[in-house]
Design a protein around this ligand. Sequence first.
Ligand SMILES: *Cc1c(COP(=O)(O)O)cnc(C)c1O
Length: 383
Amino acid sequence: MSRFWNKLVATLDPYVPGEQPRIQNLVKLNTNEHPYGPSPKVLAAIAAHTNDSLRLYPDPTALVLRQAIAKRFGLTPEHVFVGNGSDEVLGHAFHALLKQDSPVWFPDITYSFYPVYCGLYQIKFRAIPLDERFKVLVNDYLPDAVVQVALDSVGGAANRSAAASPRASVAERAGGIIFPNPNAPTGCANPLTEVEQIIAANPDIVVVVDEAYVDFGAQTAATLVEKYPNLLVVHTLSKSRSLAGLRVGYALGHPDLIQGLDRVKNSFNSYPLDNLALAGATAAIEDEAYFEASRNAVIRTRDALTTGLQDLGFEVLPSAANFVFARRPGHKGADLASGLRAKNIIVRHFNKPRIADFLRITVGTDEQCAQLLTACRELVVGQ
Ligand SMILES: *Cc1c(COP(=O)(O)O)cnc(C)c1O
């Protein structure tokens, strides 16, 4: 706290990313990075740069990358917005599209950056509870839904305890909707038909589908972009393209939505992607064969990891992502997380209502997952 901060800064509750420890031989399964590297063509494209790539400003419109993305999805570059990681793209979407008079709706258990943006941009929100199986229920997002909401889920610092608060039924229209599909940190996906129902039922507000993990087993809503002018689909190269360190994400939507994002971007930082990121990301998008092979490897390992955990008595939510969300009845999540840590394995634990006994475990290499299973066996079965 400083007397030089403005009033808003003093109220912020910033996002806390998973740790990036510099410890040797750590089995790092806490931040959903891809276990294998990016396409070798990415490194080659970055290595091919010359002096001018650094001396000159990059293309502020990122046209070559937007063309590559548009081609992959059968769209035009006017349907594509790019940013420094999808976190930045999401930030602009909150600022430009989801900040409305009525609150933005999102699930109570979801990506914890959403309430952070609401704090920064002063956006009201409603946290809509997942059902008891941790699923997003379509009926809760229809315009006339009478939603069970936490009483204090609108505005400011009170948002933090939303899920623990007393509940009330309110009839209220959303000013915008955002949810990840698959959801995070549960890993559960809704079928595209259900996602489309939400988009179609809310033609007067923007629906943002955050598809950070879609390539690991869910159906993308990118195919609906030309049909629904209120749909924005957000993707990242951090997860399925193994480029978390390059910081590239993008949005697909009607050109009117993309222009709204551009207006905010160009009022903030008109050169968000540097030349190395533009070249690397374009190479990654174009290498479809590598992408297919590497995501399929993660999916196979995930399925083996799920079975291995179930054999140890864990309940594992059905995952369409590159992580699993699991709990072991009889064991506290915090104890399991610290027990694993003592064995040099880090996973993510959220000390939040409803999910405090779960661990979010990133799918690593087969060897890392075997090490995790051995450690879990020692913790829950003893040897
Ligand atoms: C990882 C993640 C992102 C953002 O990733 P970037 O690295 O900023 O592209 C966005 N949404 C969800 C749900 C995520 O898990």
